[in-house]
Design a protein around this ligand. Sequence first.
Ligand code: GDP
Length: 595
Amino acid sequence: MADVEQPVVNSTIEIEDMITVGTLAERLSIPVTRLIGELMKNGIMATVNERIDFDTAEIIVEELKLGIGITRRKAEEETTARVKAVASATAASRPPVVAVMGHVDHGKTSLLDAIRSANVVKGEAGGITQHISAYQIIHNDRSITFLDTPGHEAFAAIREHGALLTDIVVIVVAADDGIKPQTIEAIRFARKAGVKIIVAANKIDKEGADVNRLKSQLGEYDLIWDGWKGGDTPVQEVSAKTKQGIPELLDMILLVTDVEDLKADTDIPARGLIIEAHVEQGRGPVAHALVEAGTLKPGDFIVAGSSYAKIRNLETTDGKPLKIATPSMPVAITGFKTLPEFGDEFSYVANEKLARAQTEAAANGKQAKGARGGVGSSELIRMINRNNEVQELNIIIKADVQGSLTSVIDSLKALDTAEVAVRIVSSGIGAVGENDLHLAQTSKAIVYGFNVDIPTSSKQQASRDKVVVRMYKVIYELIDDVKSGLSDLLRPEIKETEVGRLVVRGIFNTTKSAVICGGEVTKGKLVSPALARVLRGKEELGEVEITGLKRGPAEAKEVFEGEMCGLSFSTSHRIDLQDGDHIELFTREAIQRTL
Ligand code: GDP
Protein backbone atom coordinates (compact mmCIF):
# COMPACT_ATOMS: atom_id res chain seq x y z
CA MET A 1 0.00 0.00 0.00
CA ALA A 2 1.23 3.48 -0.75
CA ASP A 3 2.63 5.29 2.20
CA VAL A 4 0.98 8.67 2.20
CA GLU A 5 2.42 9.84 5.48
CA GLN A 6 4.60 12.92 5.17
CA PRO A 7 8.05 12.31 6.61
CA VAL A 8 9.10 14.53 9.49
CA VAL A 9 11.71 16.98 8.26
CA ASN A 10 14.37 17.70 10.86
CA SER A 11 16.90 19.40 8.64
CA THR A 12 17.18 20.77 5.14
CA ILE A 13 20.05 20.73 2.70
CA GLU A 14 20.46 22.81 -0.40
CA ILE A 15 21.26 21.17 -3.71
CA GLU A 16 21.77 22.40 -7.23
CA ASP A 17 19.42 21.84 -10.16
CA MET A 18 21.53 18.84 -11.11
CA ILE A 19 23.61 16.82 -8.68
CA THR A 20 25.69 13.69 -9.02
CA VAL A 21 24.49 10.63 -7.18
CA GLY A 22 27.80 10.51 -5.28
CA THR A 23 27.57 14.10 -4.11
CA LEU A 24 23.97 13.73 -3.05
CA ALA A 25 24.80 10.62 -1.00
CA GLU A 26 27.62 12.53 0.62
CA ARG A 27 25.42 15.47 1.51
CA LEU A 28 22.82 13.11 2.92
CA SER A 29 25.53 11.23 4.81
CA ILE A 30 24.36 7.88 3.52
CA PRO A 31 26.32 5.25 1.61
CA VAL A 32 26.06 5.82 -2.08
CA THR A 33 24.93 2.21 -2.53
CA ARG A 34 21.83 2.99 -0.51
CA LEU A 35 21.01 5.93 -2.74
CA ILE A 36 21.66 3.94 -5.89
CA GLY A 37 19.42 1.20 -4.52
CA GLU A 38 16.61 3.66 -3.84
CA LEU A 39 16.99 5.11 -7.32
CA MET A 40 16.82 1.62 -8.78
CA LYS A 41 13.65 0.92 -6.84
CA ASN A 42 12.22 3.90 -8.60
CA GLY A 43 13.34 2.66 -11.97
CA ILE A 44 16.27 5.04 -12.32
CA MET A 45 19.54 3.39 -13.23
CA ALA A 46 22.14 5.97 -12.30
CA THR A 47 25.79 5.50 -11.52
CA VAL A 48 27.71 7.31 -8.83
CA ASN A 49 28.98 9.94 -11.26
CA GLU A 50 25.75 10.47 -13.07
CA ARG A 51 23.62 13.49 -12.45
CA ILE A 52 20.04 13.46 -11.42
CA ASP A 53 17.80 16.48 -11.47
CA PHE A 54 16.34 18.27 -8.50
CA ASP A 55 12.87 16.80 -8.90
CA THR A 56 14.21 13.26 -8.92
CA ALA A 57 16.42 14.01 -5.93
CA GLU A 58 13.47 15.43 -4.04
CA ILE A 59 11.35 12.33 -4.57
CA ILE A 60 14.15 9.96 -3.67
CA VAL A 61 15.17 11.87 -0.56
CA GLU A 62 11.57 11.86 0.61
CA GLU A 63 11.32 8.13 0.05
CA LEU A 64 14.48 7.52 2.02
CA LYS A 65 12.71 8.98 5.08
CA LEU A 66 15.88 10.42 6.51
CA GLY A 67 14.13 13.37 8.04
CA ILE A 68 16.04 15.56 5.62
CA GLY A 69 14.34 17.98 3.27
CA ILE A 70 15.98 19.50 0.22
CA THR A 71 15.69 22.91 -1.32
CA ARG A 72 16.94 24.15 -4.62
CA ARG A 73 20.14 26.15 -4.56
CA LYS A 74 20.37 28.96 -7.03
CA ALA A 75 22.63 27.79 -9.79
CA GLU A 76 26.21 28.69 -9.15
CA GLU A 77 28.65 28.97 -11.93
CA GLU A 78 29.23 25.29 -12.37
CA THR A 79 31.13 24.54 -15.50
CA THR A 80 30.93 20.82 -15.12
CA ALA A 81 27.16 20.59 -15.36
CA ARG A 82 26.66 18.88 -18.63
CA VAL A 83 23.31 17.55 -19.30
CA LYS A 84 21.89 18.75 -22.56
CA ALA A 85 22.70 22.40 -22.26
CA VAL A 86 19.86 24.66 -21.36
CA ALA A 87 20.29 27.90 -23.19
CA SER A 88 19.25 31.27 -21.82
CA ALA A 89 16.68 33.53 -23.42
CA THR A 90 19.44 35.52 -25.08
CA ALA A 91 21.20 32.48 -26.55
CA ALA A 92 22.13 32.46 -30.21
CA SER A 93 21.23 29.87 -32.82
CA ARG A 94 23.88 27.26 -33.31
CA PRO A 95 24.60 24.77 -36.09
CA PRO A 96 23.36 21.22 -35.72
CA VAL A 97 25.76 18.42 -34.73
CA VAL A 98 25.11 15.42 -36.92
CA ALA A 99 26.28 11.82 -36.42
CA VAL A 100 26.20 9.27 -39.24
CA MET A 101 25.43 5.69 -38.33
CA GLY A 102 24.43 2.49 -40.06
CA HIS A 103 25.36 -1.07 -40.91
CA VAL A 104 28.88 -1.94 -41.95
CA ASP A 105 29.53 -1.37 -45.67
CA HIS A 106 26.34 0.60 -46.16
CA GLY A 107 28.39 3.68 -46.95
CA LYS A 108 28.89 5.79 -43.81
CA THR A 109 32.50 6.60 -44.59
CA SER A 110 31.76 7.23 -48.26
CA LEU A 111 28.91 9.55 -47.40
CA LEU A 112 30.94 11.52 -44.87
CA ASP A 113 33.75 11.82 -47.41
CA ALA A 114 31.35 12.86 -50.16
CA ILE A 115 29.82 15.58 -48.00
CA ARG A 116 33.21 16.82 -46.94
CA SER A 117 34.80 16.74 -50.37
CA ALA A 118 31.88 18.66 -51.87
CA ASN A 119 32.90 21.39 -49.49
CA VAL A 120 36.63 21.30 -49.93
CA VAL A 121 37.58 24.23 -52.10
CA LYS A 122 38.58 22.95 -55.52
CA GLY A 123 42.29 22.81 -56.07
CA GLU A 124 43.07 22.96 -52.39
CA ALA A 125 46.25 21.05 -51.80
CA GLY A 126 45.82 17.62 -50.37
CA GLY A 127 42.07 17.44 -50.43
CA ILE A 128 40.93 14.73 -48.09
CA THR A 129 43.92 12.87 -46.88
CA GLN A 130 43.00 11.60 -43.49
CA HIS A 131 40.15 10.73 -41.29
CA ILE A 132 39.28 13.51 -38.88
CA SER A 133 37.16 13.49 -35.79
CA ALA A 134 34.59 16.04 -36.87
CA TYR A 135 34.21 18.71 -39.50
CA GLN A 136 32.01 21.61 -40.31
CA ILE A 137 30.65 22.45 -43.72
CA ILE A 138 28.69 25.37 -45.12
CA HIS A 139 25.51 24.64 -47.00
CA ASN A 140 23.19 27.46 -48.17
CA ASP A 141 25.33 29.86 -46.12
CA ARG A 142 24.67 27.87 -42.96
CA SER A 143 27.01 25.61 -41.00
CA ILE A 144 26.51 21.94 -40.22
CA THR A 145 28.86 19.95 -37.99
CA PHE A 146 29.42 16.29 -38.79
CA LEU A 147 30.97 13.91 -36.30
CA ASP A 148 33.29 11.92 -38.49
CA THR A 149 33.38 8.98 -36.17
CA PRO A 150 31.44 6.34 -37.99
CA GLY A 151 30.93 3.31 -35.88
CA HIS A 152 28.63 2.90 -33.00
CA GLU A 153 31.31 2.64 -30.43
CA ALA A 154 32.40 6.21 -30.86
CA PHE A 155 28.86 7.39 -30.74
CA ALA A 156 28.16 5.27 -27.70
CA ALA A 157 31.24 6.63 -26.00
CA ILE A 158 30.20 10.18 -26.68
CA ARG A 159 26.76 9.44 -25.35
CA GLU A 160 28.13 7.65 -22.34
CA HIS A 161 30.04 10.69 -21.30
CA GLY A 162 26.74 12.31 -20.60
CA ALA A 163 27.19 14.61 -23.49
CA LEU A 164 24.11 14.75 -25.54
CA LEU A 165 26.10 16.50 -28.15
CA THR A 166 24.41 15.04 -31.17
CA ASP A 167 21.29 16.71 -32.45
CA ILE A 168 20.57 14.66 -35.53
CA VAL A 169 21.48 11.11 -36.52
CA VAL A 170 21.63 10.26 -40.20
CA ILE A 171 21.08 6.53 -40.51
CA VAL A 172 22.64 5.27 -43.71
CA VAL A 173 20.98 2.22 -45.25
CA ALA A 174 22.18 0.72 -48.52
CA ALA A 175 19.00 0.66 -50.59
CA ASP A 176 20.05 -2.57 -52.27
CA ASP A 177 20.56 -4.33 -48.96
CA GLY A 178 17.88 -2.94 -46.66
CA ILE A 179 17.77 -2.97 -42.88
CA LYS A 180 20.47 -5.02 -41.18
CA PRO A 181 21.36 -5.68 -37.52
CA GLN A 182 23.51 -2.60 -37.10
CA THR A 183 20.81 -0.47 -38.73
CA ILE A 184 18.46 -1.63 -36.01
CA GLU A 185 21.10 -0.88 -33.43
CA ALA A 186 21.54 2.60 -34.86
CA ILE A 187 17.82 3.21 -34.67
CA ARG A 188 17.84 2.07 -31.06
CA PHE A 189 20.79 4.31 -30.19
CA ALA A 190 19.24 7.34 -31.78
CA ARG A 191 15.93 6.72 -30.07
CA LYS A 192 17.57 6.30 -26.70
CA ALA A 193 19.51 9.50 -27.15
CA GLY A 194 16.29 11.22 -28.12
CA VAL A 195 17.71 12.70 -31.29
CA LYS A 196 16.01 13.34 -34.59
CA ILE A 197 16.50 10.64 -37.22
CA ILE A 198 16.96 11.19 -40.95
CA VAL A 199 17.37 8.13 -43.16
CA ALA A 200 19.78 8.29 -46.07
CA ALA A 201 18.82 5.59 -48.58
CA ASN A 202 22.29 5.12 -50.06
CA LYS A 203 23.64 3.41 -53.18
CA ILE A 204 20.62 4.35 -55.30
CA ASP A 205 22.94 4.24 -58.31
CA LYS A 206 23.13 0.49 -57.89
CA GLU A 207 20.99 -1.98 -59.65
CA GLY A 208 18.76 -3.64 -57.12
CA ALA A 209 18.35 -0.48 -55.07
CA ASP A 210 14.77 -0.54 -53.84
CA VAL A 211 13.77 2.50 -51.85
CA ASN A 212 10.13 1.50 -51.56
CA ARG A 213 11.06 -1.77 -49.97
CA LEU A 214 13.32 0.13 -47.57
CA LYS A 215 10.52 2.51 -46.65
CA SER A 216 8.22 -0.33 -45.71
CA GLN A 217 11.02 -2.07 -43.81
CA LEU A 218 11.58 1.16 -41.85
CA GLY A 219 7.90 1.13 -40.97
CA GLU A 220 8.46 -2.12 -39.14
CA TYR A 221 10.75 -0.21 -36.80
CA ASP A 222 8.30 2.64 -36.32
CA LEU A 223 10.16 4.93 -38.62
CA ILE A 224 7.31 5.97 -40.86
CA TRP A 225 8.39 7.80 -43.98
CA ASP A 226 7.10 11.37 -43.90
CA GLY A 227 5.73 10.95 -47.41
CA TRP A 228 3.13 8.63 -45.92
CA LYS A 229 0.20 9.71 -43.85
CA GLY A 230 1.15 10.12 -40.20
CA GLY A 231 4.84 9.62 -40.95
CA ASP A 232 7.56 11.93 -39.66
CA THR A 233 10.81 10.32 -40.76
CA PRO A 234 12.53 11.96 -43.70
CA VAL A 235 14.06 9.47 -46.13
CA GLN A 236 16.50 10.93 -48.64
CA GLU A 237 17.72 8.94 -51.60
CA VAL A 238 21.46 9.45 -52.06
CA SER A 239 24.47 7.99 -53.74
CA ALA A 240 27.77 8.59 -52.00
CA LYS A 241 29.35 7.44 -55.25
CA THR A 242 27.68 9.79 -57.75
CA LYS A 243 26.86 12.45 -55.10
CA GLN A 244 23.26 12.41 -56.21
CA GLY A 245 20.89 13.58 -53.48
CA ILE A 246 23.58 14.96 -51.19
CA PRO A 247 22.52 18.64 -51.45
CA GLU A 248 18.96 17.54 -50.69
CA LEU A 249 20.15 15.58 -47.66
CA LEU A 250 21.88 18.72 -46.39
CA ASP A 251 18.70 20.75 -47.05
CA MET A 252 16.81 18.24 -44.99
CA ILE A 253 19.29 18.50 -42.11
CA LEU A 254 18.79 22.27 -42.07
CA LEU A 255 15.03 21.87 -42.21
CA VAL A 256 15.11 19.59 -39.18
CA THR A 257 17.46 22.04 -37.46
CA ASP A 258 14.94 24.84 -37.91
CA VAL A 259 12.24 22.79 -36.28
CA GLU A 260 14.52 21.81 -33.40
CA ASP A 261 15.49 25.45 -32.78
CA LEU A 262 19.01 24.74 -31.55
CA LYS A 263 20.53 27.42 -29.34
CA ALA A 264 23.57 27.97 -27.16
CA ASP A 265 24.97 30.79 -25.08
CA THR A 266 28.12 32.35 -26.43
CA ASP A 267 28.88 34.77 -23.62
CA ILE A 268 29.45 32.19 -20.89
CA PRO A 269 32.71 30.40 -20.06
CA ALA A 270 33.37 27.94 -22.87
CA ARG A 271 32.83 24.23 -22.37
CA GLY A 272 32.64 21.14 -24.52
CA LEU A 273 34.02 17.70 -25.11
CA ILE A 274 37.36 16.28 -26.22
CA ILE A 275 36.58 14.07 -29.21
CA GLU A 276 40.10 13.04 -30.14
CA ALA A 277 43.65 13.57 -28.93
CA HIS A 278 47.01 12.71 -30.38
CA VAL A 279 50.59 13.88 -30.35
CA GLU A 280 52.01 15.61 -33.41
CA GLN A 281 55.68 15.97 -34.00
CA GLY A 282 56.74 19.52 -33.38
CA ARG A 283 53.34 20.53 -31.99
CA GLY A 284 52.99 18.29 -28.96
CA PRO A 285 49.57 17.18 -27.78
CA VAL A 286 46.78 18.13 -30.17
CA ALA A 287 43.20 17.77 -29.01
CA HIS A 288 40.11 17.89 -31.14
CA ALA A 289 37.21 19.31 -29.23
CA LEU A 290 33.62 20.16 -29.86
CA VAL A 291 32.49 23.44 -28.36
CA GLU A 292 29.14 23.04 -26.69
CA ALA A 293 28.65 26.53 -25.30
CA GLY A 294 30.64 29.72 -24.83
CA THR A 295 33.44 31.10 -26.98
CA LEU A 296 37.06 29.92 -27.10
CA LYS A 297 40.02 32.10 -28.07
CA PRO A 298 43.74 31.50 -28.40
CA GLY A 299 45.37 32.32 -25.07
CA ASP A 300 42.38 31.03 -23.04
CA PHE A 301 43.05 28.49 -20.33
CA ILE A 302 41.01 25.32 -20.45
CA VAL A 303 40.97 22.26 -18.23
CA ALA A 304 40.12 18.79 -19.54
CA GLY A 305 40.27 15.97 -17.00
CA SER A 306 43.74 15.95 -15.51
CA SER A 307 45.25 18.05 -18.28
CA TYR A 308 45.12 21.74 -19.05
CA ALA A 309 46.14 24.04 -21.85
CA LYS A 310 46.86 27.62 -22.52
CA ILE A 311 45.49 27.52 -26.03
CA ARG A 312 48.39 28.14 -28.38
CA ASN A 313 46.80 27.37 -31.73
CA LEU A 314 43.09 27.31 -32.25
CA GLU A 315 42.27 25.78 -35.61
CA THR A 316 39.59 24.04 -37.58
CA THR A 317 40.03 20.28 -37.53
CA ASP A 318 41.63 20.53 -40.96
CA GLY A 319 44.17 23.04 -39.80
CA LYS A 320 42.89 26.53 -40.62
CA PRO A 321 43.64 29.10 -37.91
CA LEU A 322 40.69 30.48 -35.97
CA LYS A 323 40.37 33.68 -33.94
CA ILE A 324 37.40 32.36 -32.04
CA ALA A 325 35.41 29.15 -31.79
CA THR A 326 31.70 29.23 -31.07
CA PRO A 327 29.14 26.55 -30.12
CA SER A 328 28.92 23.39 -32.28
CA MET A 329 32.33 24.08 -33.80
CA PRO A 330 34.85 21.26 -33.92
CA VAL A 331 38.33 22.63 -33.29
CA ALA A 332 41.92 21.50 -32.98
CA ILE A 333 43.72 22.85 -29.93
CA THR A 334 47.42 22.86 -29.15
CA GLY A 335 49.04 23.90 -25.91
CA PHE A 336 48.04 21.02 -23.66
CA LYS A 337 50.66 20.08 -21.08
CA THR A 338 49.70 16.42 -21.33
CA LEU A 339 47.41 14.49 -23.62
CA PRO A 340 43.76 14.82 -22.60
CA GLU A 341 41.53 11.82 -23.07
CA PHE A 342 38.77 11.13 -25.52
CA GLY A 343 35.52 11.89 -23.77
CA ASP A 344 37.02 14.36 -21.27
CA GLU A 345 34.88 17.40 -20.78
CA PHE A 346 36.72 20.66 -21.11
CA SER A 347 35.90 23.97 -19.52
CA TYR A 348 37.34 27.46 -19.46
CA VAL A 349 39.21 28.63 -16.40
CA ALA A 350 40.29 32.17 -15.68
CA ASN A 351 44.01 31.64 -15.15
CA GLU A 352 46.86 29.18 -14.96
CA LYS A 353 46.75 28.91 -11.19
CA LEU A 354 43.17 27.69 -11.28
CA ALA A 355 43.94 25.43 -14.20
CA ARG A 356 46.78 23.83 -12.31
CA ALA A 357 44.76 23.47 -9.14
CA GLN A 358 41.88 21.79 -10.98
CA THR A 359 44.04 19.38 -12.90
CA GLU A 360 46.00 18.48 -9.78
CA ALA A 361 42.77 17.75 -7.97
CA ALA A 362 41.60 15.61 -10.87
CA ALA A 363 44.93 13.75 -11.00
CA ASN A 364 44.92 13.18 -7.23
CA GLY A 365 41.42 11.84 -7.46
CA LYS A 366 42.57 9.35 -10.04
CA GLN A 367 45.61 8.41 -8.00
CA ALA A 368 43.74 8.00 -4.76
CA LYS A 369 41.45 5.57 -6.49
CA GLY A 370 44.32 3.60 -7.93
CA ALA A 371 46.53 3.59 -4.86
CA ARG A 372 44.17 2.07 -2.39
CA GLY A 373 44.82 -1.60 -1.78
CA GLY A 374 42.00 -3.98 -2.59
CA VAL A 375 38.76 -2.67 -3.85
CA GLY A 376 37.79 0.70 -2.41
CA SER A 377 34.17 1.55 -2.15
CA SER A 378 34.07 4.11 -4.92
CA GLU A 379 36.05 1.82 -7.17
CA LEU A 380 33.71 -0.99 -6.39
CA ILE A 381 30.65 1.03 -7.14
CA ARG A 382 32.21 2.11 -10.38
CA MET A 383 32.74 -1.54 -11.17
CA ILE A 384 29.22 -2.46 -10.30
CA ASN A 385 27.90 0.34 -12.35
CA ARG A 386 30.32 -0.02 -15.20
CA ASN A 387 27.26 0.40 -17.23
CA ASN A 388 23.75 0.41 -16.01
CA GLU A 389 22.39 -0.56 -19.30
CA VAL A 390 21.96 -4.14 -20.33
CA GLN A 391 25.38 -5.63 -21.02
CA GLU A 392 25.41 -7.28 -24.37
CA LEU A 393 27.47 -10.13 -25.73
CA ASN A 394 27.88 -9.71 -29.46
CA ILE A 395 27.87 -12.91 -31.43
CA ILE A 396 27.73 -14.07 -35.01
CA ILE A 397 26.24 -17.50 -35.72
CA LYS A 398 26.77 -19.73 -38.72
CA ALA A 399 24.90 -23.03 -38.91
CA ASP A 400 24.50 -25.88 -41.37
CA VAL A 401 20.78 -25.62 -42.03
CA GLN A 402 17.98 -23.16 -41.32
CA GLY A 403 16.38 -25.50 -38.77
CA SER A 404 19.45 -25.71 -36.55
CA LEU A 405 20.14 -21.98 -36.95
CA THR A 406 16.63 -21.19 -35.73
CA SER A 407 16.95 -23.45 -32.71
CA VAL A 408 20.36 -22.03 -31.79
CA ILE A 409 18.99 -18.50 -32.04
CA ASP A 410 15.87 -19.36 -30.04
CA SER A 411 17.91 -21.02 -27.28
CA LEU A 412 20.26 -18.07 -27.10
CA LYS A 413 17.45 -15.54 -26.89
CA ALA A 414 16.11 -17.46 -23.91
CA LEU A 415 19.32 -16.62 -22.01
CA ASP A 416 18.57 -12.90 -21.89
CA THR A 417 18.02 -11.40 -18.46
CA ALA A 418 17.35 -7.86 -17.30
CA GLU A 419 21.09 -7.34 -16.98
CA VAL A 420 22.69 -9.23 -19.82
CA ALA A 421 21.63 -10.17 -23.29
CA VAL A 422 22.90 -11.89 -26.37
CA ARG A 423 23.07 -9.63 -29.38
CA ILE A 424 23.14 -11.51 -32.63
CA VAL A 425 25.05 -9.24 -34.93
CA SER A 426 24.55 -11.52 -37.87
CA SER A 427 23.52 -15.09 -38.59
CA GLY A 428 23.48 -17.31 -41.62
CA ILE A 429 23.85 -20.71 -43.21
CA GLY A 430 27.22 -22.03 -44.36
CA ALA A 431 30.89 -22.06 -43.47
CA VAL A 432 32.54 -19.32 -41.41
CA GLY A 433 33.87 -16.95 -44.04
CA GLU A 434 35.77 -13.77 -44.58
CA ASN A 435 32.75 -11.49 -44.21
CA ASP A 436 31.75 -13.04 -40.90
CA LEU A 437 35.24 -12.45 -39.55
CA HIS A 438 35.33 -8.91 -40.86
CA LEU A 439 32.02 -8.14 -39.20
CA ALA A 440 33.14 -9.88 -36.00
CA GLN A 441 36.20 -7.69 -35.91
CA THR A 442 34.31 -4.43 -36.36
CA SER A 443 31.54 -5.35 -33.98
CA LYS A 444 33.81 -7.11 -31.45
CA ALA A 445 31.73 -10.24 -31.73
CA ILE A 446 32.50 -13.91 -31.09
CA VAL A 447 31.80 -16.16 -34.05
CA TYR A 448 30.00 -19.42 -33.33
CA GLY A 449 29.89 -22.18 -35.91
CA PHE A 450 27.34 -24.94 -35.45
CA ASN A 451 27.86 -28.07 -37.54
CA VAL A 452 29.80 -26.07 -40.11
CA ASP A 453 33.39 -25.84 -41.27
CA ILE A 454 35.94 -23.10 -41.17
CA PRO A 455 38.30 -23.02 -44.14
CA THR A 456 42.01 -22.77 -43.40
CA SER A 457 42.17 -19.30 -44.94
CA SER A 458 39.47 -18.10 -42.51
CA LYS A 459 41.30 -19.75 -39.62
CA GLN A 460 44.40 -17.80 -40.54
CA GLN A 461 42.44 -14.60 -40.92
CA ALA A 462 40.78 -15.14 -37.53
CA SER A 463 44.08 -15.63 -35.77
CA ARG A 464 45.62 -12.65 -37.56
CA ASP A 465 42.68 -10.37 -36.72
CA LYS A 466 42.32 -11.83 -33.23
CA VAL A 467 38.72 -12.83 -33.78
CA VAL A 468 37.42 -15.53 -31.48
CA VAL A 469 35.79 -18.39 -33.39
CA ARG A 470 34.20 -21.34 -31.58
CA MET A 471 32.94 -24.40 -33.38
CA TYR A 472 30.36 -26.76 -31.91
CA LYS A 473 28.50 -29.89 -32.93
CA VAL A 474 26.39 -30.20 -29.80
CA ILE A 475 23.89 -27.42 -29.27
CA TYR A 476 23.89 -27.39 -25.47
CA GLU A 477 27.66 -27.08 -25.40
CA LEU A 478 27.38 -24.02 -27.59
CA ILE A 479 24.65 -22.60 -25.34
CA ASP A 480 26.77 -23.28 -22.23
CA ASP A 481 29.67 -21.44 -23.75
CA VAL A 482 27.54 -18.39 -24.51
CA LYS A 483 26.06 -18.64 -21.02
CA SER A 484 29.49 -18.47 -19.45
CA GLY A 485 30.32 -15.49 -21.65
CA LEU A 486 27.17 -13.77 -20.42
CA SER A 487 28.00 -14.63 -16.80
CA ASP A 488 31.27 -12.80 -17.19
CA LEU A 489 29.27 -9.71 -18.05
CA LEU A 490 27.12 -9.88 -14.95
CA ARG A 491 27.82 -7.23 -12.40
CA PRO A 492 29.39 -8.76 -9.31
CA GLU A 493 27.35 -9.23 -6.19
CA ILE A 494 28.53 -7.13 -3.32
CA LYS A 495 28.85 -8.92 -0.02
CA GLU A 496 29.40 -7.08 3.22
CA THR A 497 30.44 -8.92 6.40
CA GLU A 498 30.56 -7.34 9.82
CA VAL A 499 33.95 -7.72 11.51
CA GLY A 500 33.47 -5.91 14.78
CA ARG A 501 31.86 -3.04 16.59
CA LEU A 502 32.95 -0.29 18.95
CA VAL A 503 30.93 1.98 21.16
CA VAL A 504 32.42 5.47 21.34
CA ARG A 505 33.49 6.61 24.83
CA GLY A 506 35.35 9.82 24.16
CA ILE A 507 36.22 12.04 21.21
CA PHE A 508 39.76 13.40 21.15
CA ASN A 509 40.01 15.25 17.89
CA THR A 510 37.69 16.07 15.00
CA THR A 511 38.51 17.74 11.72
CA LYS A 512 36.57 17.85 8.51
CA SER A 513 38.29 14.78 7.18
CA ALA A 514 39.51 12.82 10.23
CA VAL A 515 38.40 11.83 13.71
CA ILE A 516 40.27 10.33 16.66
CA CYS A 517 38.17 8.73 19.37
CA GLY A 518 38.26 6.06 22.00
CA GLY A 519 35.85 3.31 23.02
CA GLU A 520 35.13 -0.25 23.87
CA VAL A 521 34.95 -3.15 21.46
CA THR A 522 31.49 -4.64 21.98
CA LYS A 523 31.58 -7.28 19.31
CA GLY A 524 34.08 -9.19 17.21
CA LYS A 525 37.39 -7.45 16.69
CA LEU A 526 38.66 -4.21 15.23
CA VAL A 527 41.40 -4.12 12.64
CA SER A 528 43.17 -1.41 10.74
CA PRO A 529 42.97 -0.46 7.93
CA ALA A 530 39.30 -1.26 7.39
CA LEU A 531 36.04 0.10 6.10
CA ALA A 532 33.47 1.14 8.66
CA ARG A 533 30.21 2.94 9.11
CA VAL A 534 29.29 5.29 11.88
CA LEU A 535 25.91 4.67 13.48
CA ARG A 536 23.83 6.73 15.87
CA GLY A 537 21.11 4.38 16.98
CA LYS A 538 19.67 3.14 13.70
CA GLU A 539 20.77 6.18 11.74
CA GLU A 540 23.86 5.88 9.61
CA LEU A 541 26.10 8.94 9.69
CA GLY A 542 28.47 7.89 6.96
CA GLU A 543 31.01 5.47 5.67
CA VAL A 544 34.59 5.98 6.84
CA GLU A 545 37.98 4.33 6.66
CA ILE A 546 39.74 3.20 9.81
CA THR A 547 43.30 4.47 9.63
CA GLY A 548 44.75 3.48 13.01
CA LEU A 549 44.18 1.60 16.26
CA LYS A 550 45.81 2.02 19.67
CA ARG A 551 45.76 -0.17 22.73
CA GLY A 552 46.88 2.26 25.45
CA PRO A 553 49.67 4.33 23.92
CA ALA A 554 50.84 1.55 21.59
CA GLU A 555 49.76 1.05 18.00
CA ALA A 556 47.73 -2.12 17.54
CA LYS A 557 46.81 -4.18 14.51
CA GLU A 558 43.84 -5.84 16.17
CA VAL A 559 41.75 -5.15 19.25
CA PHE A 560 39.28 -7.69 20.61
CA GLU A 561 35.84 -7.74 22.21
CA GLY A 562 35.85 -6.36 25.76
CA GLU A 563 39.01 -4.29 25.21
CA MET A 564 39.27 -0.50 25.25
CA CYS A 565 41.11 1.19 22.41
CA GLY A 566 41.84 4.39 20.55
CA LEU A 567 40.74 4.61 16.96
CA SER A 568 41.24 7.07 14.11
CA PHE A 569 39.33 7.23 10.88
CA SER A 570 39.26 9.36 7.78
CA THR A 571 36.03 10.57 6.29
CA SER A 572 34.98 12.33 3.12
CA HIS A 573 32.64 14.66 5.00
CA ARG A 574 32.54 16.04 8.51
CA ILE A 575 31.07 13.69 11.08
CA ASP A 576 30.27 15.18 14.47
CA LEU A 577 30.81 12.07 16.49
CA GLN A 578 29.16 11.76 19.91
CA ASP A 579 29.65 9.50 22.90
CA GLY A 580 27.46 6.42 22.48
CA ASP A 581 27.75 6.33 18.68
CA HIS A 582 28.74 2.98 17.25
CA ILE A 583 31.43 2.26 14.70
CA GLU A 584 30.82 -0.88 12.75
CA LEU A 585 33.73 -2.41 10.85
CA PHE A 586 32.98 -4.52 7.85
CA THR A 587 34.56 -6.06 4.79
CA ARG A 588 33.14 -5.73 1.35
CA GLU A 589 33.85 -8.09 -1.48
CA ALA A 590 32.73 -8.47 -5.01
CA ILE A 591 31.52 -11.95 -5.88
CA GLN A 592 31.25 -12.97 -9.49
CA ARG A 593 27.80 -14.33 -10.26
CA THR A 594 26.79 -16.91 -12.80
CA LEU A 595 23.64 -17.21 -14.85
P1 GDP B 1 30.88 1.92 -44.19
O1 GDP B 1 31.40 0.62 -43.69
O2 GDP B 1 29.43 2.09 -43.85
O3 GDP B 1 31.69 3.11 -43.79
O4 GDP B 1 30.87 1.81 -45.79
P2 GDP B 1 31.89 2.41 -46.85
O5 GDP B 1 31.70 3.86 -46.99
O6 GDP B 1 33.24 1.91 -46.53
O7 GDP B 1 31.33 1.73 -48.16
C1 GDP B 1 31.33 0.35 -48.37
C2 GDP B 1 31.43 0.03 -49.82
O8 GDP B 1 30.30 0.52 -50.53
C3 GDP B 1 32.64 0.69 -50.49
O9 GDP B 1 33.16 -0.22 -51.41
C4 GDP B 1 32.06 1.89 -51.20
O10 GDP B 1 32.79 2.25 -52.35
C5 GDP B 1 30.68 1.39 -51.56
N1 GDP B 1 29.70 2.48 -51.65
C6 GDP B 1 29.42 3.39 -50.71
N2 GDP B 1 28.45 4.22 -51.12
C7 GDP B 1 28.10 3.83 -52.37
C8 GDP B 1 27.15 4.29 -53.34
O11 GDP B 1 26.40 5.25 -53.14
N3 GDP B 1 27.07 3.60 -54.50
C9 GDP B 1 27.86 2.54 -54.76
N4 GDP B 1 27.71 1.95 -55.92
N5 GDP B 1 28.77 2.08 -53.90
C10 GDP B 1 28.90 2.71 -52.71
